[in-house]
Design a protein around this ligand. Structure first.
Ligand SMILES: Nc1ncnc2c1ncn2[C@@H]1O[C@H](COP(=O)(O)OP(=O)(O)OP(=O)(O)O)[C@@H](O)[C@H]1O
Length: 596
């Protein structure tokens, strides 16, 4: 128990050193630290020279104007050192911020979907903004103080001891007690800062969701209800922030005591020494002045520890992003157009799913149970089923977003775990349920499908997706910036841009997850035609809610609660599968009702 406590106490300094060791740009850090050491030394030189000047003024030494010149020179050196230390600190901070930003964003790109889905985007945003800002402050304004403060204190102490050791010992006797107390008070700051950062993460998450769902919020008059959820979270974050502020305020006032206490003691005992003739008034003034050089840095220590703990907590949160595990990078790089067996054998299985079961990490119920599917070259398979039946989960597994643990998936005759993930995804054109348009213009958003393609290729892909018409009518056509579109572009139009991107990719496997769900009936039937001709030469899996859109698929697989409960063509299923028939009838009735 005792050992554990001691380990915790020493862990702050250890962790802090580790953080400094982890951060790159050691050359700049060395620059910061070397100038800091000289700055610390020059404080003692300044203090001592002031003492010499003072002694001259009270008549103990001879005074000359040259002495003032020396003083000016010392101050000039001090200023030059401050200039270079500030410059090095700014550069060190700026470069580290850039480095941490890049490392964390790169890691977000390289980590698995599984890792990203575990946390909420709001918390990631909080880590990449608030917490990174704290590290910026640490590298810019604080790191040098971890050398400057203790070193100046030690040098001042040595100098004071040399000047009058008895008075020094008396003056500083209380300081160790205050330091221990301040360390105890400073201890919870790290924990409180982490709690505050977590609370901010939650608020960011809520803000993101509310902005995304603003239309629903307005349409359902959810403001009051959502505020009921939001307000306690804001109050919680304010409470956490107040807790941090209280600890800091306490530490600040303690810092005040640390800086004043030695003066009271010195004046008291100094007066006594003067009364018995052991000290002159000039000596006491010089001593008190020098004591400043000890008490000021010491007074900074509690604050330094408190802030350092907060910075360390922020660093740990940023580190948790940098430490996310990377997706596996090895595996075979296969391409479907290079001597694959199915190039010669048209009936060959492109995708084989055997005895596949899957449970999300941390979930208790499996989302897929004993799935067996065989998809031949250029076959069009439709996955249907009610919400939550496991359709999207299957597409996530096909894309290698989650590892297959039970059963197996083979693509091109190779086990998915043998595939290189980038190569695998290169061979699959995927249109997700939620459409994403990235920062940039419309053309760029389509071009992501095949970066090397020319303008003609982009227009032709847009035409196939029935997007060309509305794009060319935008203010700046294909060069309209997505941000400028804001919410002025409809869900269906976004979906058509997303489809154009997938058409442009021209992969052998096409995976559409509700890719036409936001389209009106007319656009959908047009796109359906485009899809039919596009998908003729492709192996495709189409996930659809609207059964009318997949009636012509070669095979329809019906999922219910993660299990396959029917397989066959639309007509076969209507005849023989009660569950499919009821799904179809329900949709027909709904369709009729909507049409009325
Ligand atoms: N990341 C996740 N972690 C845990 N459980 C999940 C996760 N994603 C989905 N699930 C669960 O897995 C089951 C299948 O979900 P899935 O998204 O595959 O259904 P779906 O058929 O695609 O539904 P929908 O048509 O509504 O998109 C559901 O019970 C869902 O709650």
């Amino acid at each position: 128990m005792g050992k554990e406590k001691k380990a915790k106490e020493t862990s702050f300094l250890k962790d802090l050193l580790q953080m400094i060791k982890d951060l790159p740009y050691k050359g700049l850090l060395t620059g910061v630290l070397v100038t800091t050491i000289f700055l610390s030394l020059i404080q003692i030189v300044i203090a001592d020279y002031l003492r010499v000047l003072m002694d001259s003024l009270v008549g103990e030494n001879d005074f000359s104007m040259g002495m003032l010149g020396v003083m000016v020179l010392i101050f000039a050196v001090d200023l030059v050192l401050i200039y270079f230390r500030t410059l090095a600190s700014e550069k060190y901070s700026e470069k580290n911020l850039k480095y941490l930003r890049k490392e964390s964003t790169d890691k977000l790109m390289d980590t698995s979907v599984e890792e990203v889905e575990k946390a909420h985007s709001g918390d990631f945003i909080s880590k990449l903004t608030n917490d990174l800002n704290k590290i910026q402050t640490f590298t810019k304004e604080r790191v040098h103080n971890f050398i400057f403060v203790p070193l100046t204190a030690v040098l001042s102490l040595a100098y004071l001891l040399y000047l009058n050791w008895i008075l020094t010992l008396i003056s500083v006797a209380m300081i160790p007690v205050i330091l221990v107390v301040s360390n105890i008070i400073g201890k919870p700051i790290g924990k409180k800062t982490t709690e505050y950062s977590e609370a901010m993460g939650k608020i960011n998450t809520m803000n993101t969701e509310y902005i995304k769902g603003i239309e629903v919020v307005k349409a359902f008059h959810l403001n009051d209800r959502l505020m009921k959820k939001y307000t306690p979270e804001v109050e919680n974050s304010v409470q956490k922030d107040t807790a941090v502020a209280k600890s800091k305020a306490f530490i600040n006032s303690l810092s005040g005591i640390v800086s004043i206490l030695p003066f009271f003691i010195t004046f008291g005992f100094g007066a006594y020494f003067i009364s018995i003739g052991d000290l002159t008034l000039g000596g006491l003034i010089a001593f008190t002045n020098l004591l400043n050089y000890l008490s000021f840095p010491l007074s900074q220590i509690p604050m330094l520890i408190g802030n350092g703990k907060g910075d360390l907590a922020a660093y740990k949160r940023v580190k948790s992003v940098i430490n996310l595990s990377e997706e596996r990078t090895g595996g075979k790089v296969l391409a479907f157009d290079e001597n694959f067996r199915w190039e010669k054998q048209s009936d060959q299985e492109v995708i084989a799913i055997r005895n596949l079961s899957f449970t999300y990490p941390g979930a208790t119920e499996p989302s897929l149970k004993n799935i067996n599917i065989s998809i031949k070259k250029n076959q069009q398979i439709a996955l249907v089923g009610e919400s939550g039946s496991g359709k999207t989960t299957l597409s996530k597994l096909l894309l290698g977003f989650y590892p297959v643990v039970s059963g197996k998936i083979e693509i091109g005759g190779k086990d998915l775990s043998d595939w290189n993930l980038k190569a695998l995804r290169q061979n699959i054109a995927f249109v997700p349920q939620e459409v994403y348009l990235f920062p940039g213009d419309v053309e760029e958003n389509i071009r992501y499908g095949k970066p090397e393609v020319g303008e003609g290729g982009i227009i032709s892909a847009a035409e196939k997706a029935y997007a060309h018409g509305f794009i060319k009518n935008l203010d700046r056509g294909y060069h309209t910036v997505v941000g400028e579109l804001g919410d002025r572009v409809s869900g269906g139009q976004k979906q058509r841009i997303s489809l154009a991107r997938a058409f442009l990719k021209d992969s052998n496997i096409v995976l559409l997850d509700e890719a036409t769900s936001a389209l009106d009936n007319e656009s959908e039937s047009l796109i359906q035609k485009a899809l039919d001709s596009e998908l003729k030469e492709k192996t495709s899996i189409i996930i659809a809610h609207r059964l009318s859109t997949i009636k012509d698929a070669d095979e329809i697989i019906v999922l219910k609660d993660g299990e396959i409960v029917g397989t066959g063509s639309h007509l076969e299923l209507i005849k023989s599968n009660g569950y499919y028939r009821s799904l179809y009838q329900k949709q027909m009735e709904n369709g009729k009702r909507e049409a009325m």
